[in-house]
Ligand binder design. Structure first.
Ligand code: NAP
Length: 252
């Protein structure tokens, strides 16, 4: 049986990078994307190759839907030239940024940036990639615990994640006839560069989250890479249209 191929957006750092490494360890070939950090992206390729896996990185600005035609052409080329394939099997819509602001202060520019990166981008990128995604494939969208509980400063960001969760159910319904399952993974607060690295670097925030979490610590990127790769492994084959939270049990 030929190897599965995953496309992971935002695979240069954080949760996407960890997902890439976990999938590579499961024998999955990886095509990742980065936005601006090419060197970090190439370092992920080197790490996967050192494990005996295959990986390739493409540049993508997920907020720019006018670039998706060209991206899909590049992806098709990479599939053929690097992986001798015409389709890929797993799509992980992960790329994103954190913008923190109160509802009262949120500007239209911030709202537009968030909607473009976190909702419009994944929506139309996935639509564009449908012909390249194999029947029987899988999609994992990345949401946030903030779509279930509310914290001051995340009204716009969390609303986009709420939209991703609704969209996931519709995608599962419409792609079911092709045998494609679609789920949404909602991480709790994870110690990455996200949002300026607050969860990792701000001791007060870190402690507040740890003390609100049943397992008593903040999440690490590895916790999420493991969860997403589990959904894309054999154990995830009958899970469909679901929101799965990986947060160590925050605000239960
Ligand atoms: P991160 O460490 O900051 O990494 C963000 C990734 O997204 C990088 O690979 C970055 O590429 C890419 N990216 C940023 N803007 C982009 C754009 N406009 N177009 C394409 N790619 C872009 O963040 P993370 O913690 O891994 O977060 C990943 C996802 O998890 C996001 O969707 C986030 O909302 C979600 N999430 C995170 C947390 C958390 O606490 N960390 C919690 C819940 C949900 P470059 O490296 O090239 O900049």
């Amino acid at each position: 049986m030929s190897k599965k191929i995953a496309l992971i957006t935002g695979a240069s750092r954080g949760l996407g990078k960890s997902t890439a490494l976990h999938l590579a360890a499961q024998g999955v070939d990886v095509i990742g994307t980065y936005h601006s950090k090419q060197a970090e992206a190439q370092a992920v390729v080197a790490e996967i190759e050192a494990l005996g896996g295959r990986a390739h990185m493409l540049q993508l600005d997920v907020s720019d839907s006018s670039s998706f035609d060209a991206f899909s052409t590049q992806l098709a080329q990479a599939l053929g030239e690097v992986f001798q394939a015409s389709q890929f099997d797993f799509l992980v819509n992960n790329a994103g940024v954190g913008i923190y602001n109160s509802f009262a202060e949120t500007s239209e520019a911030q709202f537009d940036q968030l909607v473009d990166i976190h909702f419009k981008g994944p929506f139309f990128l996935t639509q564009k990639l449908l012909p390249l995604l194999a029947d029987g494939g899988r999609i994992v969208n990345v949401s946030s615990g903030l779509a279930r509980f509310s914290m001051v400063g995340y009204a716009a960001y969390a609303s986009m994640k709420g939209a991703i969760e609704v969209w996931t159910r519709y995608l599962a319904k419409e792609l079911g006839p092709r045998g494609i399952n679609v789920n949404v993974l909602a991480p709790g607060a994870i110690a990455t560069d996200f949002g300026g690295g607050t969860v990792r670097d701000n001791a007060e925030v870190n402690q507040m989250i740890a003390s609100s979490t049943a397992l008593g610590r903040v999440g690490e990127a590895d916790d999420i890479g493991a969860a997403i790769s589990m959904l894309l492994g054999d154990g995830g084959k009958w899970i469909n249209g679901q929101r799965i939270e990986a947060s160590g049990g925050i605000f239960l």
